[in-house]
Ligand binder design. Structure first.
Ligand code: A2P
Length: 283
């Protein structure tokens, strides 16, 4: 990857820009509109949102105000937990598209594998939801379909009845929570791994080892962690409302970590996830 517009190629041939701009915890409103516009202005071509974030309208406005041609952008949103199921997926999808102001989506993800309301029958609900996703894909409304927070046993369950393979699994991944097994499983299956909270929600920023490795290249800890993710073919989705940090997170293409440096970061030790456990969520 030479710049933020370079792409990974998904298992259905669709190209996906190698760093996404994340919008979790950026509420609907003018700040988000401006942030999305600024992110696009500083080079991001891949914008990630979700029905659950409640900010699709602002993300859509930011996209529109950027003035960029729709075909130059890659836009992802995710289905909310309580809307899983076959029939119940189709209407919320329309709602997301309306709020975003788009007539097609680049990537649609099932946000969580085991919603609290479907805890007892998540296996069937998950497969039904996937069937609805396959329909949206077949109708050309979405260019690719995938999963988020799915561990291997959740993916195996989808694959029992799937006709189309998931293209993506978006997971919490950062130097303190590497999800090695799930990432390796996805790689074997040809599923592109994305990292949400790639900076461990800010927890990696003060780590002396990451800082020291970054200094060798005149880079910050944030840039070093994002580079570490990219060099494992993991697509990071950093989030920042601050234009300087946004630009910093996009400036990770003029250095290469050595294998030894990558291994040092991988070996820092796991402090675990900062977000919910996919098998035990309460929403
Ligand atoms: P801010 O929006 O004020 O920049 P993660 O994506 O791992 O959840 O981390 C997001 C957090 O990290 C946010 O609080 C964001 O704050 C902060 N952040 C994002 N990029 C950087 C950066 N380059 N340097 C320092 N903090 C950052």
């Amino acid at each position: 990857m030479k710049n933020i517009r370079d792409c990974f190629v998904l298992n259905n041939g669709v190209k996906i820009p190698c760093v996404g701009y994340g919008t979790w915890r950026t509420p609907d409103g003018i700040d988000t509109v401006q942030a999305v516009r600024e992110a696009i202005g500083c080079g991001y071509r891949h914008i990630d949102t979700a029905q659950l974030y409640g900010n699709e309208e602002s993300v859509g406005k930011g996209i529109k105000e950027s003035g960029l041609n729709r075909s130059e952008l890659f836009v992802t949103t995710k289905l909310k937990n309580t809307d899983q199921g076959y029939d119940s997926t189709l209407r919320p999808f329309e709602g997301s598209m309306k709020r975003l102001g788009l007539d097609y989506l680049d990537l649609y993800l099932i946000h969580w594998p085991v919603p609290a309301v479907f805890k007892d029958d998540w296996k069937q609900v998950s497969r039904d939801t996937w069937r609805a996703f396959e329909r949206l894909y077949g109708e050309g409304l979405v260019r690719s379909i995938g999963l988020s927070n799915f561990l291997p046993h959740h993916i195996d369950n989808i694959e029992v009845s799937a006709h189309i393979k998931p293209s993506v699994d978006q997971l919490e991944i950062h130097p303190f929570f590497t999800q090695k097994e799930t990432a390796a499983y996805c790689r074997r299956k040809g599923i592109q791994v994305q990292a949400w909270s790639p900076l461990g929600h800010g927890t990696i920023l003060d780590n002396p080892v990451i800082k020291e490795i970054g200094l060798r290249y005149h880079k910050t800890a944030a840039q070093t962690a994002l580079r570490w993710e990219l060099q494992q073919d993991i697509l990071p989705i950093p989030k920042s409302l601050n234009p300087e940090r946004m630009a910093q997170n996009a400036d990770i293409f003029d250095f290469n970590l050595t294998q030894e440096e990558c291994l040092r970061i991988t070996g820092l030790g796991e402090t675990g996830r900062t977000g919910p456990d996919p098998d035990n969520i309460d929403f």
